[in-house]
Ligand binder design. Sequence first.
Ligand SMILES: [Mg+2]
Length: 337
Amino acid sequence: MLVPESVDNEGVLTAVNGHSIADVVPPADMIGPVPVLIADDSPVSRRIVEASLRKWGFQVISVSNGTEAWVVLQREDAPRIAILDWMMPGLSGPEVCALVRQQRKRYYTYILLLTSRHEKEDLIAGMQAGADDYLIKPFDSNELRVRLGPGQRIVELQAQLLEAQEQLREQATRDALTRLWNRHAIFDILLREISRARRDQSPLGVVLGDVDKFKSINDSYGHPAGDAVLREVAVRISASIRAYDSAGRYGGEEFLVILPKCDSDQTVMTAERIRDAIQAAPFDIGNRGLAVTSSFGTTTLPGGETCTPEKLIRLADEALYRAKDAGRNRTERNPYS
Ligand SMILES: [Mg+2]
């Protein structure tokens, strides 16, 4: 049984059984470095909560009024758990609460209100403002620990759900072998870039590439070698383009690269850079090096124009066909018309 021995002038318990709270509460089992916001205008009360949180392994962000709390909670990396004093300068705890709940954020913020009020109507108002739970001062740190438990479980559960969602999204949009965009996703990106290019009155380059004689690589060295070649081609394509370009696996050994704000010459230059990167060094397929080449067809949508993704792909494909026909390991362009 814990016997409170010391309560500060704010009504916050500071010591139990002659020890400071931080010494009494054993380190909890389940906590990682989860950031927690504590907002309280009383330095004493704030320090006690801070000390307990640190003791339990939380990372603490500490502010002394509601306005600062709201600033912190709007940040992209805002703490997912907030302990807000009710009465504070600037915004009150319930006011901060209401603002947080109006936000459209990906992550849920678990909010615990601290209050020295007892009136039932006040507590109802606080909960209606969107608080998840409340603690009435004076509280002992065990009580605080217990009340933080559900918050932590919600935060962890949501993090797991978002991760699962992210994995599903990843599976739905990435090509499993090369990690580039899959056919569906790169097509969507092309659609989006066409409307952006039209809006910005900027050109849009499209490159369709194909590994030369890929079938014979598969036939001669086996499918694992063919897969290794495709993976390495993807790596070399990615290393040859800008951060805002997009590359996808369009078909078996076909790759589609989308180059925003690239005119016809810049598009051909990029295709050539990729082609060079692929032929520059042999591919490592098991215990041997294999020389690989590739062919490219390009087209460029002029600024201000619009057309379907299918048409741009068809134009690039016609150019690719000419590149193959003219002996492979080269780039051909098809002017937009
Ligand atoms: Mg206060």
